[in-house]
Design a protein around this ligand. Structure first.
Ligand code: ZN
Length: 302
């Protein structure tokens, strides 16, 4: 049972929007691609688990926790009867190697060693669970989900799961039975309640409304090349089609994410979406999908 579903992080949503509407600096562009790729891998892992896991578990995704003044991020935690499982998921693609306990891309660029990251998170999560008074054993796994990934000099470590080991790993997990009780639920709920709110705005270079390209982003490929035809928004880039109402509501959410202080009005959204012919259509969509405040020309929506 999933207690905390996975959603795209605020940072990913912000960078996705800014990447489509502005020119990101190189560092942010790289960060955006890493986040998009990482999220894709996590979603793929969730889907795999959903299709193959037979055991009863409480599943808590994407946590940012703190113990002893140290913050740590967990991709997925599963609470089963006698064991808590922690999964760190990596969607690395291509060749990598390990040398003297350091992790490199094939071209020789050093990146943060994910084994160290997992060990650190595991230790902090164990301490946190002990302090919550829950005597479950903890197993941490580093899961590489991308079949195009290869690691030279890989350590002989059973907590590392490569793509071609995943099915066997799954069969092993499914051999254990798991009966959950309210104590397990309480632990899972405590973990959810301890999740810290991340503030990605301070990590992103400042941007202004005037500098951003206006228009509706395609829901699938995030291109601004969309056109409105009757009640549909069609993407010139990938060919997908979406209801106009849902595209406008999505665009309102995006605007509010970029500018949390902004007051949503008909003319604001008309300008932001750019491709809708009349104010009247925008007003109708806002009236039907958001709560209206104020009157006459002071109307705004939330
Ligand atoms: Zn598209």
């Amino acid at each position: 049972m999933i207690l905390r579903p996975r959603v795209a992080s605020k940072e990913l949503l912000l960078l996705r929007s800014l990447n489509a509407r502005a020119r990101l600096i190189e560092k942010e562009k790289q960060q955006y691609y890493n986040l998009e790729k990482g999220y894709e891998g996590e979603v793929q892992f969730d889907r795999y688990m959903q299709q193959n896991l037979l055991q009863d578990r409480y599943i808590v995704n994407d946590l940012l926790l703190e113990k002893n003044n140290k913050k740590f991020q967990l991709d997925s935690v599963h609470i089963a009867q006698s064991t808590a499982y922690h999964f760190e998921i990596k969607n690395y693609e291509g060749d990598y190697y390990i040398e003297s306990d350091r992790f490199f891309t094939f071209s020789g660029k050093e990146i943060l060693n994910p084994f160290h990251q997992v060990k650190r998170s595991e230790s902090l999560l164990r301490q946190l669970m002990n302090s919550l008074g829950f005597p479950l054993s903890l197993e941490s796994y580093l899961i590489f989900v991308n079949p195009e990934f290869y690691l030279f000099n890989a350590p002989k470590d059973p907590s590392i799961i490569f793509p071609n080991q995943l099915n066997r790993f799954m069969r092993k997990l499914n051999m254990k039975s798991s009966v959950l009780n309210p104590k397990h639920l309480k632990l899972a709920e405590q973990l959810v309640s301890l999740n810290l709110v991340d503030d990605p705005y301070k990590r992103i270079a400042p941007y202004q409304y005037e500098q951003l390209q206006k228009g509706i982003l395609c829901a699938q490929c995030y291109s601004v090349d969309v056109i409105v035809k009757n009640t549909k928004v069609n993407c010139d880039h990938c060919g997908c089609s979406e209801d106009l109402d849902s595209a406008v509501v999505r665009s309102v959410e995006e605007l509010r994410l970029l500018f949390p202080e902004v007051r949503i009005t008909t003319s604001m959204i008309y300008d932001w979406c750019r491709v809708i012919e009349s104010h009247k259509t925008v007003r109708r969509i806002l009236n039907q999908n958001l709560t209206k405040y104020g009157s006459n020309k002071w109307i705004y929506y939330e």
